[in-house]
Design a protein around this ligand. Structure first.
Ligand code: ADP
Ligand code: MG
Length: 249
């Protein structure tokens, strides 16, 4: 069976700087993979290459066994590969339900050439309700996003991704900037994600990593430095040295 998402010798350089080096990864249905590594290791770049936000220098990206290396971000999204997006300032005065509605309208607009009608509106509203339940924000549906706690705002970003009903979800530091007291809001929602979804999660907080992940990929200088189960990575002296080294700085 093909992996949901795969990279083969994926590489990226900016000028002379090699930021992604021959990365081979495979994400399957139900995977919970944490992508960790020091600042500047190339984690965000790797997500950008997989999602199509950045063109690759060499190597391949495959979704369900099909090469998508030169496909747009939108086309990859329609094949089920979704990353979280930061809500733009433009959207801040909108309510939670409106933001999800905009995402759902985009979803149902694509592909179909039918006129917009009652049936389509029903599909949109069904998606809005489904996601409000997924992120447990039914009681916040009419709140302008600006009035939400920061952790809840990041949760709405997760909601926007869930509107698309992804098969693989890429989360780049979903709890970044969220106060410790609110990070459980994000983690609880991540733990409730559909069990068949493949999830790749970039996170610095090791407590969150070990709570979430079944498998850890350690990226250093753009290459896969180590990969294994959480127990294997926790017991890996070379990985520990990197993190202790970073903490010493
Ligand atoms: N658009 C870019 N142009 C040039 N260098 C970049 C660009 N984006 C990222 N980099 C460099 O690539 C390296 C990896 O960055 P990044 O993927 O953001 O790392 P991480 O997410 O692991 O902190 C860094 O050295 C960064 O400065
Ligand atoms: Mg990053």
């Amino acid at each position: 069976m093909s992996a949901l998402l795969e990279t083969r010798s994926l590489s990226k350089s900016f000028g002379g700087l090699n930021v992604t080096n021959n990365v081979d990864l495979a994400i399957s249905s139900g995977d919970r993979v944490a992508l960790i590594g020091p600042n500047g290791a190339g984690k965000t770049t790797l997500v950008n290459l997989m999602s199509g936000a950045l063109p690759v220098s060499s190597g391949e990206v495959l979704i369900g066994g099909d090469t998508v290396t030169h496909m747009s971000q939108q086309d990859r999204a329609h094949r089920g590969l979704i990353r979280t997006f930061q809500i733009t300032r433009l959207f801040e005065s909108m309510t939670v339900a409106d933001i999800l509605r905009v995402a759902a309208v985009q979803k149902h607009k694509a592909g179909l050439k039918l006129r917009w009608g009652r049936a389509r509106t029903d599909l949109v509203e069904r998606d809005v309700e489904r996601v409000l339940a997924d992120i447990k924000m039914q009681d916040r549906r009419d709140s302008p996003v600006t009035l939400l706690a920061y952790g809840e705002q990041r949760l709405v970003e997760l909601g926007v991704a869930l509107v698309m009903q992804p098969r693989v979800l890429l989360l780049d530091e979903p709890a970044a900037g969220v106060p410790q007291s609110e990070s459980h809001i994000i983690m609880d929602a991540i733990e409730r994600l559909p069990s068949d979804l493949g999830v790749v999660f970039i996170e610095h907080d090791m407590d969150l990593v070990f709570r979430f992940a079944e498998r850890i990929v350690v990226l250093v200088n753009g290459g896969v430095f180590a990969t294994g189960t959480t127990d294997e990575i926790a017991a890996n002296d070379d990985v520990r040295a990197i993190y202790l080294g970073e903490a010493d700085e």
